[in-house]
Design a protein around this ligand. Structure first.
Ligand SMILES: [Zn+2]
Ligand SMILES: [Zn+2]
Length: 397
């Protein structure tokens, strides 16, 4: 009997181990940012003359034709917005003896590492050598403990890609951010041929990265790659390709190519999407909440099977009315999960109130809570299940 017990325990452990190894939440995400490629030279060009590889790849994936930098068309502000899933202030600081800036809002790296208990080896940010790296946040509940492994080395896009592929082969991080600076640099030279060859080179490197993903057993069939830009470049009516930084169509319109097992094939979406949607979509794939983000999941890029599989786990969470002044009704419904723990957090991530753990056979739960003791502001209801943490934002007036 005892023997049987241990045998079943062993079997159960084996089953659970294999589920966690190959479950749908073990998607990897690779984000490639090509700095400053104008849409008219990438997917906005009907011939796709300078991006033959990405043109070919797009038949296996989705292009968003209305993807925009919707705010500031400078790298220093658009990159943090790509990381953070929201436009964020940056603050001057000195770090390791270098003057630099940090983002005020938490980044995808911090959300991922904190919510998934991921080690630094599971999260990489690869870019050329820069002595004064722009930094993620120092947010009290996120911050440096959750920053990625920075690989800042080499000088060309080829160096960066090689370093990224090495990291994929050696550490196989689940979240990888690859920043290619060459196109923007060449664009600023004002030399059209240099600008175009930098785009052609980035096109080859994106193909190299996807080829690695397809041939690496850690990544094949469970990895989504998103390729985008931080900003475009002026269109010809606003100064031409050698600069950027304004609100013209050339500066704003950028590319989004998505590839992966849950991504629609040979699909061009016309839905308007914008920079803050990148981190939020990546977080959705990693099953991670982005409490302070304002972007949306680009759900149209996913095959129905992909989205419904991810969404069916998530409980329905509602706080009503929202904004609340005194009494709020909290409603939680779930088809699959019956045990939750609930807490109220403020916008700095401090836990202000715990509710008794909820155990409901029906999966539906409803109770009234008096919010009058808390000052006005933004709050979050944290709903924890055994495996996941969800946040619902609400306002107290
Ligand atoms: Zn630039
Ligand atoms: Zn412009």
């Amino acid at each position: 009997m005892r023997n049987l017990y241990f045998k079943s325990l062993f079997l159960l452990t084996l089953i659970l181990t294999s589920i966690s190894g190959f479950g749908q939440y073990d998607n990897n995400v690779v984000i490639v940012v090509i700095d400053g490629a104008r849409y008219s030279e990438t997917f906005g060009d009907a011939e796709r003359s300078y991006i033959p590889h990405m043109d070919q790849l797009s038949k296996e994936g989705t292009i968003i034709d209305a993807f925009y930098n919707d705010s500031i068309t400078y790298t220093s502000r658009a990159i943090p917005a790509l990381w953070c899933g929201t436009w964020t202030k940056t603050v001057d600081t000195t770090y390791n003896g270098h003057s630099t800036q940090y983002a005020v809002k938490p980044s995808i790296f911090e959300y991922y590492r904190k919510h998934r208990y991921a080690s630094q080896n599971e999260c990489y940010y690869v870019l050329k050598h820069i002595s004064s790296l722009w930094l993620p946040s120092f947010d009290q509940s996120f911050g440096p403990d959750y920053w990625p492994t920075f690989v800042s080395s080499g000088s060309t896009d080829n160096d960066v890609t090689e370093n990224a592929i090495n990291a994929m082969q050696q550490e196989h991080p689940q979240l990888m951010w690859i920043y290619l600076a060459g196109v923007d640099h060449a664009g600023h030279s004002g030399n059209w041929d240099e600008y175009i060859s930098a785009i052609e080179n980035a096109d080859i490197l994106v193909n190299d990265i996807w080829t690695e993903i397809q041939s690496n057993p850690q990544y094949m069939n469970n990895t989504t790659m998103l390729v985008t830009n931080d900003h475009g470049r002026h269109d010809d009516q606003h100064g031409g390709f050698s600069g950027h930084g304004c609100g013209c169509e050339g500066c704003r319109h950028i590319m989004m190519l998505a590839l992966g097992p849950n991504i629609n094939k040979d699909f061009v979406s016309n839905q308007y999407r914008r920079i803050p949607d990148v981190a939020v979509t990546a977080a959705h794939l990693l099953d991670v909440d982005t409490e302070y983000a304002t972007g949306n999941v680009m759900s149209e890029i996913f095959t129905n099977a992909g989205t419904s599989a991810l969404d069916s786990e998530k409980p329905f969470i509602q706080i009503t009315p929202n904004p609340v002044s005194t009494k709020a009704k909290i409603i939680i419904k779930s088809k699959k999960i019956s045990t939750f723990s609930l807490a109220i957090m403020n916008s700095n991530g401090y836990r202000l109130k715990n509710f008794n753990p909820v155990n409901s056979n029906s999966g539906d739960y409803e109770f009234t809570w008096n919010a009058a003791s808390l000052p006005g502001g933004i709050y979050f209801l944290q709903v924890k299940t055994d495996e996941h943490v969800y946040y619902e934002k609400f306002i107290i007036q």
